[in-house]
Design a protein around this ligand. Sequence first.
Ligand code: ADP
Ligand code: ASP
Ligand code: MG
Length: 402
Amino acid sequence: MLIVKKFGGSSVADKERIFHAARRCVEDYEKGHQVVVVLSAMGKTTDGLIAKAHEIDPNPPKRELDMLLVTGEQVSVSLMAMAFHVLGVPSISLNGAQVEMRTTSTYGMAKLKRIQTERIRNELENRRIVIITGFQGINKYEDMTTLGRGGSDTTAVALAAVLHADRCEIYTDVEGVYTADPRIVPDARKLSEVSYDEMLEMSSVGAKVLHNRSVEMAKKYGVQMVVLSSLTRAEGTVVKEGTKMERMLVSGVAADKNTARISVIGVKNEPGIAFKIFNMLARNHINVDIILQSVGREDRKDISFTVARSDLQEAMTLLNENREAVTAQNITCEDGVAKVSIIGAGMLSNPGVAAKMFESLYSANINIKMIATSEIRITVLIDEADANRAVRTVHDAFDLAD
Ligand code: ADP
Ligand code: ASP
Ligand code: MG
């Protein structure tokens, strides 16, 4: 078998964890399997590197920031190779440029385009464990890029897809995917399996246990993922095509605090304004989430939407620079907000799910600022200070606890 094993930052945070992870890889290697290991930067290294960059330059050039961030993963893979050396197992570490992980050119948010597998295959044939940096690649200018925070999961799934791996195991600091973040809801229940679609919605609205693009890619290439603990032997969560006959009404609750709301007030009530606003943001790689447009009054209307908090400043600068072009009378923003969402494939065929969510928030005296829905998700925007309480309240209302 060919197995891809990805270890997140906390799973390689120190010497003990690195050896622990290495031993789990050796177990499979010694059974005769081919093992590809994908690693994140140790512990909170990436946060530390970003902070260092900002000490020097509050607005670092994106190319240089990526140049810095990719070093985190390189530290992990080389140390892991040394751990294998100590354990007497042949291995080799490779970075994103060495395996030619080609990406788009957008620094900080690059997308994987193709991966050269020849080198990896050769090393595996020579019975080496191949340890590859997560989260990074190389663009057409031969420069290093990163895939966005949490992107190592996507590297692992991409490798599993191109190598036609038999397993793709994502090791982390919890025992799988839960009905809510177990750090917010201690009695959240571990799911034995979750469908790609549900997981995609969950990770897109704040369940950072998996990078959302890793789930998207897994679905596209039919890669079955397992999310497991790097510390215990508990059975994890399988992420795969939905097959259960009776789908759960609601399979999870998630919160996303990296959210801010922008309101473009008093724009002309005429064709093309929404296009101008969102096209400008898109061209600058700013993702927009919930969008709300007010009913026009006289010849004016308001357009509100949410962006990632990390994009707020850039979005506000752009909008203010183009205020006349978008005909806005005023532009305001608020960053103390959070999104809380429920996700479940069973929602499709069950009316009343939204009402139940809103009732539980009402009973907890939590005010809803915006609402958005998809076929299998309902999201509300609320005050950030209420977010954890909202997750627990809604989790309770749908009886999701263990
Ligand atoms: P890694 O460094 O291994 O990639 P992450 O910190 O990215 O780990 O993701 C794991 C974290 O995701 C957990 O520690 C947990 O707090 C959080 N999390 C959020 N939502 C969920 C969920 N529904 N199920 C499990 N973990 C979740
Ligand atoms: N080290 C990167 C981050 O912290 C990538 C990852 O952990 O997946 O975002
Ligand atoms: Mg992660």
